[in-house]
Design a protein. Structure first.
Length: 333
């Protein structure tokens, strides 16, 4: 099994004041190829693998693939869904979106962009009546670097942060950020041809979002999936492997993925992780210095319930441009 960078997202939690106290930083990596620090350049650490205990846990998980029509109708997110009558269209949809994903990856240059991270914590459920976040909220600005690479036959990306001047930043030392999330660029690679065998899929129907008609496809990773997410408490702790399930909204005309929402395939009460929910919205972007339009994450929200506390990060990306490494030689003084 191989793990790979992606979407999605490494998370680290800083110790909280008062009743929200975590012993150390916590990290969640969504579809990571290597468990490197979220704010650091790529490292050569070994890939994350599922343990036998984790494999057994995920084998027992009940997924959206087996939901009844009544269960699907009850999901608020899908309340305007026109349900599919059968699965006849699914193979063609997966083939077309897979070709689109491959074309995107082959054209993908090195990119830099501005990133704003809004981090919140709370003891209340943010979607429950009287809930909400906003406690210990923090806003930080970064430059975000995205570099395409291959992890075997699987498309992947190295992603890391610098400060706004382009200088390296050690995310682990940013004590005012309670949670650190990253690696969202390759959420779409669940649908790449090389990775299709690693998930089960279900065509749910059609729905309009962002003024576009979309196919809605559900997916759930298999226990033998090669690309996994990582969850870690403390910089020196071992990472636990996570698998996810979710929905993708695929444009009926272009077969670009407009939106992906994922959540845990199974709760990880053994490590205190009761929920992890990620929303990635893509939009067409033409990076400065590049003549092609790319569909890239525009805004991302990650919400986590860990040991009774809620953490949420909202990311916004802008000012995309080609990434070039510049160096200067100073005269000896």
């Amino acid at each position: 099994m191989r793990s790979r960078q992606a979407n999605t997202a490494r998370v680290k939690f800083r110790s909280l004041a008062n009743s929200l106290v975590l012993a150390a930083a916590l990290a969640v990596g969504v579809r990571t190829a290597a468990q490197q620090a979220a704010g650091s350049p790529p490292s050569d650490e070994p890939p994350l693998r599922l343990s036998p205990t984790e494999i057994e846990l995920y084998k027992r998980a009940k997924t959206l693939i087996d939901w009844t029509p009544q269960r699907i109708e009850s999901i608020p997110l899908l309340h305007k869904l026109h349900p599919a009558e059968n699965q006849d269209e699914l193979p063609a949809i997966l083939e077309r979106v897979g070709k689109t994903a491959v074309a995107l990856y082959h054209d993908f240059p090195k990119i830099a962009c501005d990133e704003e991270v809004y981090s919140e914590t709370s003891l209340k459920n943010p979607i429950a009546p009287g809930g909400g976040m906003g406690r210990n909220d923090t806003v930080r600005q970064f430059r975000y670097i995205i570099i395409p690479k291959l992890a075997g036959d699987i498309p992947a990306f190295d992603e890391y942060r610098t400060d706004t001047k382009g200088r390296p930043v050690d995310i682990a030392r940013l004590a005012n950020l309670k949670m650190i999330t990253s690696k969202f660029t390759s959420t779409w690679t669940y649908f790449s041809p090389s990775e299709l065998p690693d998930s089960r899929f279900r065509y749910l129907g059609t729905q309009s979002i962002q003024r576009r008609e979309c196919y809605v496809v559900g997916f759930a990773q298999k226990p033998e999936a090669r690309s996994v997410s990582g969850f870690r408490v403390g910089d020196d702790a071992a990472a636990a492997a996570l698998l996810v399930q979710g929905f993708a909204w695929i444009d009926e005309q272009s077969f670009e993925i407009l939106k992906i929402e994922t959540w845990l395939l199974a709760r990880r009460t053994d490590i205190g992780l009761d929920a992890e929910y990620t929303i990635v919205n893509h939009s067409p972007v033409r990076p400065a210095g590049f003549d092609r339009v790319l569909w890239l994450p525009h805004d991302v929200t990650v919400t986590i319930l860990y040991r009774g506390a809620y953490f949420r990060n909202t990311h916004r990306y802008s000012k995309f441009k080609l990434f070039r490494v510049e160096s200067t030689i100073k005269p000896v003084e």
